[in-house]
Design a protein around this ligand. Structure first.
Ligand code: NAD
Length: 303
């Protein structure tokens, strides 16, 4: 199968692209190397890949999709905090507008799409563990744009026959994690003996998801997802940030210097994924406990 991976120089996209190559797929890997975080990190992420530098907002997508049967759409502007204020325009263009262009081209081509959505669409969810049936109420502009991407996929499936499956990732961690997420700065601070900036009191909790599990679920969604459906891909345990810090300290054998800051606006209090639907329909469930996922790379400075 020939697949297009968008966001292939990003954290999850680079792991996904490598897994697809390992499985023998032909690949078109694309990334715009945006400066949401240092593009040098993205060049490192993509070191084992042949990534075409192109922006979904401008690229000739019909040309790129020639011969492509499967599209993994991971490109986007991530992060909750930066989606407030003037940065919001990037969330609209890189999430909403770029996805709309890609969905239209994929529908014309008849290619199946798996696209990245987020647990952020739930906001402070009405129930935990949170199933896909829960009413989405994002509390950040980022979450709003990801929910918009889901609705765009639906609109193009109804009007143009787009075959699209959504995956809602829950706080993915592992090697190459984005530097704006908790683990990367935590591990880098431990390694350098530098302070770690903790937002809030550490009681926020997450269904942390190991990146290899997220990748396996994404491929399962392409292979077995029902057209139009959306699946939670979340880790099996819920852990507070305080517990995650304690775990990292245990593994590193060192104390973390914590610098406390006020709670970050737009961060939800907790996430806990109900993955029964993914288990039933995709035959997928997370297999890496946080303790195992966090253990290996600590001390390397960068995962
Ligand atoms: P990332 O920022 O590392 O990767 C996204 C990549 O998309 C970047 O390399 C960026 O340069 C590229 N990109 C952005 N706009 C583009 C455009 N217009 N054209 C081409 N490339 C473009 O982020 P990530 O953590 O790997 O996340 C991947 C996807 O998963 C994103 O859609 C994100 O919203 C979603 N997601 C991630 C998490 C997580 O925990 N990491 C959780 C929920 C959802």
């Amino acid at each position: 199968m020939r697949a297009l991976v968008t966001g292939a120089a990003g954290f999850i996209g680079s792991h996904l692209a490598e897994a697809l190559l390992d499985a023998g797929h032909e690949l078109v890997a694309l990334d715009a190397f945006t400066d949401y975080y240092d593009p040098a990190r993205k060049r490192e992420n993509a070191a084992a890949l042949d990534v075409l530098e192109a922006d979904l907002l401008a690229a000739d997508l019909d040309g790129l999709l020639a011969g492509v049967d499967a599209v993994y759409h991971l490109a986007g502007q991530p992060g909750v905090r930066a989606s407030f204020g003037p940065g919001f325009e990037h969330y609209v263009s890189r999430n909403v507008h770029a996805s709309g262009r890609l969905f239209e081209a994929a529908a014309r081509r008849g290619a199946r799409v798996v696209y990245a959505s987020s647990s952020s669409i739930y906001g402070d969810a009405e129930s935990y563990p949170t199933s896909e049936e829960t009413v989405p109420r994002p509390i950040s502009p980022y979450g709003v744009t990801k929910l918009c991407v889901e609705h765009l996929a639906y609109a193009h499936s109804r009007t143009a026959g787009l075959d699209a499956v959504g995956v809602r990732y829950f706080t993915v961690y592992g090697p190459r994690q984005r530097p704006d997420m908790a683990f990367t700065p935590m591990l880098e601070a431990l390694d350098a003996g530098a302070p770690f900036r903790l937002f809030g009191d550490g009681s926020v909790s997450r269904s942390f998801t190991y990146v290899a599990d997220a990748v396996a679920g994404t491929i399962a969604a392409m292979e077995r997802g029902r057209p139009g459906e959306i699946y939670n891909l979340g880790g099996g345990e819920e852990s507070s940030l305080t517990d995650a810090i304690a775990l990292a300290e245990r593994v590193a054998g060192r104390r973390l210097r914590v610098e406390r800051h006020g709670a970050a606006v737009g961060d939800v209090r907790r996430t806990r994924a109900d993955v029964a639907k993914a288990e039933r329909e995709l035959g997928w469930r997370p297999t890496t406990p946080l303790a195992d996922g966090a253990a290996g790379p600590v001390g390397l400075g960068r995962w």
